[in-house]
Design a protein around this ligand. Structure first.
Ligand SMILES: [Mg+2]
Length: 390
């Protein structure tokens, strides 16, 4: 079976706001072969990623991704890994390559699963899969009172875990303490409470360390992204003084080497991997194994559709020790509309990786027409990319 077509669809909400919400636009990849199609989603800037797929060759290690993908065989996962390797060789100098590869790799796994009529986790060799504890991932509200209400609603909704992040957090310590206390009060004593600083302290260890006492007092399960991605020294320094609150990070890693560096040198307790950014399921699955070896907990990062959620769950679906899953609860309508099937919590509050073929979440592009951003890229008067007509 050979890849017959690779199509990109740039989708967006009518208005993109300047907030830490990655579900406002999306780039979907559709790959067809043998009468089937697979879908993937890049967690990336859509236009930039499309450009990396079609751009002119600059030199032998700076080629467009299409030169490593189109017409290649896709009969088993070795073929998908080969494509990933080829992209790294031929697009070595193209910084967007792993972002774009992520959606392609995910679509290839989905396609192969559908061709063989098995779930992606089965392709990865998992014979048994385990439920995950989804944490209701949401932004801090503008005021502590509203944060309290959000946490209370989440508890009433039956979640076992909740995460608050971004928004006003990190800018003023007394306001932060109020938000943390409000979150814990609303969530009650039992729920796991994760806090996401959204890189607000840059690489300022003192600023971050000054919040540790308050984080300990609310029994924070982790402190996420206190610093910019790959601020390794800052991460390491903070982890040395944070006795009770483990650090989490890694969602910003846009290739496997970055994630390994965070595991090896960041002092983190949790590595958060976005399969739509790190290089797809191929890279994420390798990082699951690496994290296991290094005694770091693997957690998915995902803040978009159920298609992306399924892709993020597959790489660690068969590892019982890695129990936590991000579960976005404030998606924009676009992200809600992307997958035809939904990953819902069971009566005990757990989620399960879909059992359907491929990712178990399908896409009907006709239902998403209203979100499509029409794009045409021209070089020397020649059209090198155009949004597919259907
Ligand atoms: Mg985060």
């Amino acid at each position: 079976m050979k890849i017959e077509s690779v199509d990109f669809f740039y989708l967006s909400m009518p208005e993109v706001l300047d907030i830490g919400d990655g579900s406002q636009d999306a780039l979907l990849v559709r790959i067809r072969a043998g009468g089937h199609e697979g879908w993937g989603e890049c967690e990336a800037s859509p236009l930039t990623s499309i450009a990396s797929y079609v751009c002119p060759t600059s030199h032998s290690a700076c080629k467009p991704l299409k030169s490593s993908v189109e017409g290649r065989p896709v009969n088993d996962i070795k073929d998908i890994r080969k494509i990933s390797q080829l992209v790294h060789e031929q697009s070595l100098d193209l910084l967007q390559a792993d972002h774009t590869l992520s959606g392609i790799d995910i679509a290839l796994y989905d396609l192969l699963g559908r061709l063989k009529n098995v779930p992606v986790f089965d392709l990865l060799g998992y014979k048994k899969v385990y439920p995950k504890i989804p944490y209701a991932s949401q932004l801090f509200a503008d005021t502590p009172e509203e944060t309290f209400e959000k946490a209370k609603r989440t508890r009433a909704d039956g979640f076992r875990a909740v995460k608050f992040g971004w928004g006003p957090f990190g800018k003023n310590i007394s306001n932060d303490v109020d938000h943390l206390n409000a979150a814990r009060e609303g969530a009650g004593p039992e729920m796991l409470l994760m806090i996401d600083a959204g890189t607000v302290w840059g690489d300022d260890v003192q600023e971050a360390a000054s919040r540790l006492k308050a984080l300990e007092e609310v029994n924070a399960y982790w402190l996420e992204e206190p610093f910019f991605n790959l601020s390794l020294q800052a991460y390491q320094s903070l982890s040395n003084v944070s006795q009770k609150v483990p650090l989490a990070g890694g969602e910003g890693c846009s290739n496997e080497a970055q994630a390994r560096a965070m595991i090896d040198h960041g002092g983190i307790g949790f590595i958060q991997i976005d399969a739509g950014r790190v290089g797809g399921i191929t890279a994420a699955h390798r990082l699951v194994k690496y994290a296991s070896e290094k005694n770091v907990q693997y957690v998915n990062h995902t803040f978009t559709s159920n298609l992306a959620l399924s892709a993020s769950l597959q790489p660690y679906a068969g590892v019982d020790n890695f129990k936590i899953s991000e579960y976005p609860v404030e998606l924009k309508q676009l992200a809600k509309d992307i997958g035809n099937e939904k990953i819902e919590r069971d009566a005990e509050g757990y989620i399960h990786v879909p059992q359907g073929a491929g990712l178990g979440v399908s896409v009907n592009i006709e239902n998403l027409r209203k979100y499509i951003v029409d794009v045409e890229i021209k070089v020397q008067g020649k059209v090198i990319y155009q949004t597919p007509a259907n």
